[in-house]
Design a protein around this ligand. Structure first.
Ligand SMILES: *Cc1c(COP(=O)(O)O)cnc(C)c1O
Length: 390
């Protein structure tokens, strides 16, 4: 008999009752060190007092009005993100897929309204992930996500990640935009080089295309900058963010330059829940933390430390770990054996991680992670490697 919850997630066994900082506690009292953070979402850890306070305070006043009315918390969040990014304007939604979807719609409308109506195709990359709606599985490169859901939205041309020649060869009269993750997450933690992003920017400028970054996973401080592309200095025209933005409250956003958003006027796009007061209150509280003086420097520092420590473990256990790669607090352990085996072993030993493609186990701890947590995680990794070798 089918369970009451559609079986699209396999059969997870663990269930948690509460969380505090970097730790999660199961319904039967077991403690886990959380280096998955709800898939790069809970940037301030679990039950951060500042976020709880923001949510409770807002909940006591007003939950929801819709965008038929002004939402002051939304205006404040948008102004803060504008002040801290390339963007001039933004649209709020509720998830990563919706943020990407809005970005893609924006690109079509931009070309339509600037007299280049035939431009609708988007170049995206092998190994990419952009969400699970029909359009975003079409944009992404995961064959398993597409199987049985065809026909795909025929608007994407996939080329190898990092290959500028292939990108330039794929540009036609119908190309509207290039969509890229500055750090591929689900694909297995592959940071794009600054040269690659610059090459994409140059191609977009030369052919009149929009450059769209998908920073749903790598944005909001994850890499030690507010947005991952800041490491390269190469800005996009449009950018999707979500995961970390609400620290666990569902929210997404499509950020854009004034030029890229030229086609968006009243009635062109919308969302009932998008930018609702609860989500905005929490997202503002997340920004209070992430934008605090020195916070992102600390993310870079502890992230580099985590990377060094992981490399040490990898060197001692070449039979288990092929390599580690990453940036900031976004690390991938490429396994020799099946990644699910290492992931399960880590979980058995009290460390939660997330699997990714390319046989990778991802470490994506809350950005408030401390040295003691890094020590504990690396001890568990070491122990798990020894057990897998034995
Ligand atoms: C998670 C993710 C998405 C999709 O976000 P949802 O909130 O699950 O819709 C899109 N792009 C990237 C890069 C992601 O990591």
């Amino acid at each position: 008999m089918i369970p009451a919850i559609m079986p699209s997630y396999g059969k997870p066994e663990l269930a948690f009752e509460r969380g505090e900082g970097l730790y999660l506690y199961t319904t039967d009292g077991q403690r886990y060190l959380d280096f998955g953070a709800g898939i790069a979402v809970t940037v301030a850890g679990h039950s951060h007092p500042h976020l709880v306070q923001a949510l409770v305070t807002q909940a006591e006043k007003l939950w929801h009005t819709s965008n038929l009315y002004r939402i002051p918390q939304q205006e404040r969040l948008a102004e803060r993100l504008v002040a801290n990014s390339f963007a001039d304007t933004m649209f709020f939604c509720n998830s990563g897929a919706e943020a990407v979807e809005a970005s893609l719609k924006l690109a079509r409308k931009y070309h339509h309204d600037s007299g280049r109506e035939g431009r609708y195709r988007v170049i995206s990359f092998e190994g990419s992930f952009h969400g699970r709606t029909l359009t975003t599985i079409s944009a992404g490169a995961n064959a398993a996500h597409k199987k049985g859901f065809g026909p795909m939205v025929d608007a994407f041309d996939h080329v190898p990640f990092g290959n500028l020649n292939a990108v330039r060869d794929a540009i036609t009269e119908e190309t509207a935009a290039i969509l890229v993750e500055p750090v591929q997450g689900e694909g297995g933690i592959f940071p794009a080089s600054a040269e690659f992003l610059q090459g994409l920017r140059d191609a977009c400028d030369e052919f009149g295309l929009l450059l769209i970054y998908d920073e749903v996973q790598c944005g909001i401080g994850r890499t030690g900058k507010l947005f991952a592309h800041e490491h390269s200095g190469v800005t996009p025209d449009v950018m999707a963010v979500a995961k970390g933005l609400g620290g666990g409250f569902p929210v997404g956003a499509c950020l854009a330059t004034e030029e890229a958003a030229l086609g968006i006027v009243a009635g062109t796009h919308g969302s009932t829940f998008g930018g609702n007061p609860l989500a905005m209150a929490v997202a503002n509280a997340v920004l209070d933390i992430v934008l605090a003086d020195g916070f992102l420097d600390q993310v870079q520092k502890i992230g580099a430390e985590l990377g060094r420590r992981l490399s040490d473990v990898a060197q001692r256990h070449p039979k288990v770990i092929e390599t580690v790669r990453g940036i900031g607090l976004m690390w991938g352990i490429k396994c020799v054996g099946p990644n699910a085996e290492l992931g399960a072993k880590l979980s058995e030993n009290g460390l939660l991680t997330v699997l990714a493609a390319d046989n990778v186990v991802r470490l994506l701890p809350a950005l408030i992670v401390e040295q003691s947590h890094v020590d504990e995680a690396c001890r568990i990794l070491e122990k798990s490697c020894v057990e897998l070798e034995g």
